[in-house]
Structures are given as structure tokens and as C-alpha cells.
Design a protein around this ligand. Sequence first.
Ligand code: ZEM
Length: 287
Amino acid sequence: LISAAGVPVKEFVPTQEDYIKIYNEVAKRLVDFDEYDDGSYGPVLVRLAWHASGTYDVETKTGGSNGATMRFKPESEHGANAGLLAARDFLEPVKQMFPWVSYSDLWTLAGVCALQQMGGPVIPWRPGRADADISACTPDGRLPDASKEHKHLRSIFGRMGFNDQEIVALSGAHALGRCHTDRSGFDGPWTFSPTMLTNDYYKLLVNEKWNWKKWSGPAQYEDKTKALMMLPTDMALIKDREFKKWVDKYAKDQDAFFKDFSEVIVKLFELGVPFKQEERWAFKVVE
Ligand code: ZEM
């Protein structure tokens, strides 16, 4: 790099220490801004990282977390991305503090931070994503539609390169957060501890009785307390025999869930990224 005066400028080459600073800053902001939703921006940060990554198409090698094209219309206005501006806005001051980081690395690292800070497993991460321009925006319809069932799940997640076990392991993220009527139209949380990653999602799927909710909103299920919900796509995981095997396993074994969840999230966040760095880093939870 050459400055305007013609003097060579040393390029800033971030090290692991610099990414630790970002992780720690996101963790600090999760504590500082605890009046959002159920008391944490964590779930919506996880959803941002997932929706940035889940546009990947193995055949055309388009989409995925590399690029961070959700910054642009039309992708930011795709129905599935409703509400994710809250997550992008939450991270903007972090981007200003560390202007050298790409949005695409920042969004996935924030997802890792949120999951670990909410009690999840260690999720090894490495940098290497570069932001793209508007021309790399993906077409609408690449993310799953909650009103559909098993065939749709296999076709959408198959396009990203995931098998049945991976689909079920990824879905355990619904232990976190909630549905918002002004975003997806659905309403309510999946578990009683929406800011802690646990295997409760699977336990509730197999142990509770789920009935159609009687309301004028989109078709969803509710438990007998009417406090919790399941989407039609969540119920597909116990209606389909092959999916159900994995739900049963994770309902019984939280360690197995954590191990498989970590592996599949690493894969999700890395879809389509042309990494130069082989090594992944494990970030320490901020207490
Ligand atoms: Zn979700 N998800 N998701 N998801 N999701 C919502 C919320 C959250 C589906 C879906 O339609 C919805 C995965 C898979 C799938 C999270 C993480 C992950 C909502 C509610 C809907 C409708 C949005 C709203 O109204 O705010 C469908 C159909 C999926 C197919 C299997 C995967 C995979 C995820 C991560 C690995 C999270 C954390 C939330 C909660 C967001 C929040 O704001 O609380």
C-alpha cells in the first residue's frame, strides 16, 4: 500500500489477539445491552450468522457467509431476514472499533461468541471471509420456509450440503430465542430458557404433547401450557422416522448434541469460504 504522499504504508495484519479483542467486545456488549427481547441479543446474533451462511449453494458455489451481502437490498429485505437489522445494528459499533475486520468475519465470529456465551460448546473459528458487493446478493428463497415439512428441509439443507443428522443437529439452535409476530408472523419461544443453549428443544419435541394453536396467525403448534411453540418444520423432525432417530439421541444425550452441534456449526459458518488459514482458534468464554 502507498499513501497519498507516495510513502509505503505498513498494512495492518491482524493476529489471533486482535480477533480475541473482537470476541471479548461482543461478549461485553451482550452483557451491557441486556434489555433486548428475553434479555439478550445472543439469539438474534446466532440467527444473523445462520442466515448469512445458509444461502450457500454447493452446485453454483454461490452464497454463504463470505460476502456479507445481507448488508444490501434486496437480500436485507428478503422475508426470511426480517428483524435481522437489530443484529447488524448491534454489531456496527464493533465494526467501527475494529474497521479492519470484514462484516462477514464479524457476523460469524459474533455468532460463535453468542453461542459460547449462552452456554454452548466451544465453536472453533478462523478468519478469511471478504465482503462482496451488491452483485453477489443471493436470490430470495434459499432459506427454509417454516410452514413446510421434511421434503422441503431435505431439499434446502441438501443444497447447502447437509445430511439428515446435520439438519437435526443444526435445528437444536431453536433452544434459543423466539418467534416475533412482526418478523416471521409466528409467536413465542421453543423453550423456557431461550438465552441458554441446552438440548431442551429435543426433549420438549419428544416429551410434550403438541397441538395446533388456535389463532389467526400462521399455522404453528403449542404445548399444553401455551407458553411454548413449535413450527411445522420443527414437528417434521419427529414425524419423519429418519430425523426422529437423531432427535431421540440428542434428547437423551446433551454431550452428543453439543459435540455434533459444534461440528455442524463450524461447517455452516465456513460454507463457500476460500480460507488461506488452516488453523481454527478456540475462543475463551468471558465470565
Ligand atoms: Zn431458525 N427460525 N429456522 N434456525 N432461528 C426462527 C428463529 C431463530 C427456521 C425458521 O423459519 C425460524 C435454524 C433453522 C430454521 C434460529 C437459529 C436457527 C424463526 C423466528 C423462524 C420462523 C423468527 C422471528 O420471528 O424472529 C426454519 C424453518 C429452520 C429450518 C430448520 C438454524 C439451522 C439455526 C441456527 C443454527 C435462532 C437462534 C432463532 C431465534 C432468533 C431470535 O431473534 O430470537
